[in-house]
Design a protein around this ligand. Sequence first.
Ligand SMILES: N[C@@H](CCC(=O)N[C@@H](CS)C(=O)NCC(=O)O)C(=O)O
Length: 204
Amino acid sequence: MKIYEMRRAPNPRRLRIFLAEKGIDLADFEVEQLDLAAGDNLSASFKAKNPMSGVPVLEFDDGQCLSESMAICRYFEVTHPEPPLMGDSAESQARIEMWNRRMELHLLFPVAMAFRHITGHFADREAVFPDYGADRAQAAARMFDFLDRHLAESSYIAGEDYTVADITALAAIDFARVVDLQIGERAHLAAWHERVSARPSARA
Ligand SMILES: N[C@@H](CCC(=O)N[C@@H](CS)C(=O)NCC(=O)O)C(=O)O
């Protein structure tokens, strides 16, 4: 199997952390690094693998491809059920999905939009609206506040266990530094960040 990714990008990092938590060694895969700024992901050959052109992509040995980080993680959750990162009961699966969606929609996406529209990193392929970027950075900062309150009551994002929702939040929060968004004085969020960053998977 082969993984197409980019080392510094947050969605590929979600997958690498997920694999590390599962004890799946990245060295068992062929890994190709794409240069997103150079537009490697916009080539016809890459779009044949993922028409949406994002990374990561998982390519099976027969050439079939899976994209969307959570779809790829879902594949590995089924093939490697232990430890469960997406829940092991109807209730826990739904609850973790709810929190992971919240982390994607209200944290990772605003951070990504802030990055794209404040820095103009992808100005070669999309219109850039700095005011929109600033607005999304504020939305992400409000989510930092929300999480600080939430984590006063809960050890991890989706409850008392580490899950994929923590992985999405960690990738988003660490990437937010590119637009100068920091955890700062938010003590509960900082304690959670220290906890999840201390896991060996965070270095993946
Ligand atoms: N929803 C997709 C998002 C994939 C995505 O947008 N990845 C970014 C890197 S974090 C990318 O490839 N950006 C390049 C571009 O938009 O041209 C997922 O969850 O994997």
